[in-house]
Write a protein of this length. Structure first.
Length: 156
């Protein structure tokens, strides 16, 4: 996890420590969190609630094991659009969010307009998702695929 630093942020060193600990273990009990960051329980809990209310913490989720779920095939699809005016971008964005297999979608600068991270059970399933879903998204002109051979580091 990158260090949480921002000179313009209203966060002090305790807030940053709390966020760093929670990013590593979102289920840490408040008493243990307080001990790790050097606060007593009540001030730590108050800061924790404020960080949620102020939007620094967007939520908590379970990190699933893709291999246990037979979803260890990862492909990155570069997508080029026929049109990059705002209406086209909004239409593509709305449609890509509906594809369950797309874990991440990033608008990028470069030869392509978007980079998608797609997780499926195997290359055959990926080919179906690419051919039937991604290629049919609004304004898609072309795609190019890179397949991950091994995941070295992944946030989780």
């Amino acid at each position: 996890m990158p260090e949480i630093v921002n000179a313009d942020s209203p966060l002090d060193s305790f807030d940053r420590k709390i966020l760093e600990e929670l990013a590593q273990n979102g289920r840490i009990p408040v008493a243990e969190l307080a001990e790790k960051v050097g606060l007593s329980k009540t001030p730590c809990q108050n800061r924790f609630k404020r960080l949620i209310a102020d939007g620094f913490i967007q939520g908590f989720k379970a990190i699933l094991n893709p291999a246990k779920m037979n979803l260890d095939h990862i492909a990155f699809a570069e997508v080029k659009l026929t049109n990059t005016q705002e209406e086209a971008l909004m239409s593509f964005n709305a449609a890509v969010k509906k594809i369950r297999e797309v874990e991440e979608c990033h608008m990028i600068a470069g030869r392509f307009d978007y980079l998608l991270k797609i997780r499926t059970r195997d290359i055959k399933k990926y080919r179906l998702v690419l051919g039937e879903r991604i290629s049919n998204l609004p304004y898609v002109a072309s795609t190019s695929t890179n397949v991950a051979m091994e995941t070295v580091k992944e946030r989780g």
